[in-house]
Design a protein around this ligand. Structure first.
Ligand SMILES: [Zn+2]
Length: 344
């Protein structure tokens, strides 16, 4: 019997060919949410959306208060919605980590949720229809072609991302609820630049290129056709690898707090950022967190130079001052500085 309510199969993350930077950035953001989201820049048809949609399958289910539209955490002492904060009895349910799409044409109401003014006038109470920011709480908010998002929505998202709270006000009635999410954006380099303010909100920035290697291209076609022909069978075929990666991520999340970051590597991180003339300290902080998450993923208890090397381009590329004479990927500039610093 065909269950028409069953979600359609999602192309497995582990079956994506190449695109190591993008995959690494997404995996690290699932290990440490404080890394602060990922921006993926690349041409159309390079599998950006596919990878983001598959994120939920890499994470353990989320314990939530059953029926809470904001997915409050049952054991959380703070950061609960008004309803959960007063409710003594909390039934626990497990859900898949939400990965919520924010479509470009979405209205502000759909994003923030709406207050039912008519209900308030007639009954004198508050009734709130939750929006995308409610659904994304404790998960991921994904915006494809984020560089085309309207400015007022960008400002709204920046406010909520910074505070972790969504506040909706209408006709003197106000509703607030928790909204902590990792922002994942993707963009096409031909469609204009992102405002530096928004770019800085993304912890990591992955730059993906169309694969030029013929054998890799062949493999992309082969797997895509196999998936389209028999999605369920294809997902099942990749299931062991999906489970293995999910277990590695789960172990890394547990180990994260016990991974040491030696002082000399912190100095390297600060020196790279200083040498590249990066303003502010967000880049360094993200680099340190991402290096620690990477060491945890590799099953190590101490961060090594190799971890810093791997994450540096992801953490700093979008924070570099533009060099108009630079034709290649600015990530190479970061590699050169690291080569010099680490060699000493
Ligand atoms: Zn709640």
């Amino acid at each position: 019997m065909i269950d028409s309510n069953a979600p359609s199969p999602v192309y497995p993350f582990v079956a994506i060919v190449g695109q190591h930077g993008m995959k690494r950035a997404l995996i690290l953001s699932t290990i440490d949410a404080k890394i602060g989201g990922v921006m993926i820049m690349g041409h159309r048809g390079t599998g950006k959306s596919t990878s983001v949609r598959a994120l939920a399958s890499l994470m353990p289910p989320l314990d939530v208060v059953a029926d809470c539209p904001f997915h409050c955490a049952p054991e959380a002492p703070a950061g609960l919605c008004e309803q959960c904060a007063i409710g003594a009895e909390r039934t626990v349910a497990a859900i898949e980590v939400p990965v919520v799409d924010l479509p470009l044409g979405a209205t502000e109401d759909r994003v923030t949720g709406t207050i039912d003014i008519e209900y308030a006038l007639v009954h004198g109470g508050r009734r709130f229809e939750p929006g995308l920011l409610a659904r994304a709480n404790r998960g991921f908010l994904y915006i494809d072609e984020v560089n085309l998002l309207e400015d007022h929505l960008v400002d709204l998202l920046l406010d909520v991302a910074a505070s972790g709270v969504n506040v909706v006000e209408r006709e003197g009635i106000s509703v607030r609820h928790p909204s902590r999410f990792s922002l994942v954006g993707s963009g096409n380099p031909e469609e204009g630049e992102l405002r530096p303010q928004l770019l800085d909100r993304f912890g990591l920035h992955a730059f993906i290129e169309t694969e030029h290697d013929i054998l890799q291209r062949v493999e992309i076609i082969r797997r895509r056709m196999a998936f389209d022909d028999n999605p369920i069978g294809f997902v099942r075929e990749w299931e062991p690898e999906t489970i293995a990666l999910r277990e590695r991520i789960a172990a890394a999340r547990v180990a994260l707090g016990h991974v040491a970051l030696p002082d000399e590597l912190l100095e390297t991180i600060a020196a790279v950022s200083a040498e590249l003339g990066i303003d502010g300290h967000r880049g360094e902080l993200v680099m340190a967190r991402a290096a620690r998450a990477h060491a945890a993923l590799e099953g190590r208890r101490v961060v090594e130079t190799a971890d810093v090397r791997v994450v540096a381009p992801l953490a700093l590329r979008h924070r570099l001052r533009k060099d108009p004479l630079e034709a290649s990927d600015p990530g190479r500039r970061i590699d050169r500085v690291l080569d010099r610093l680490v060699a000493v």
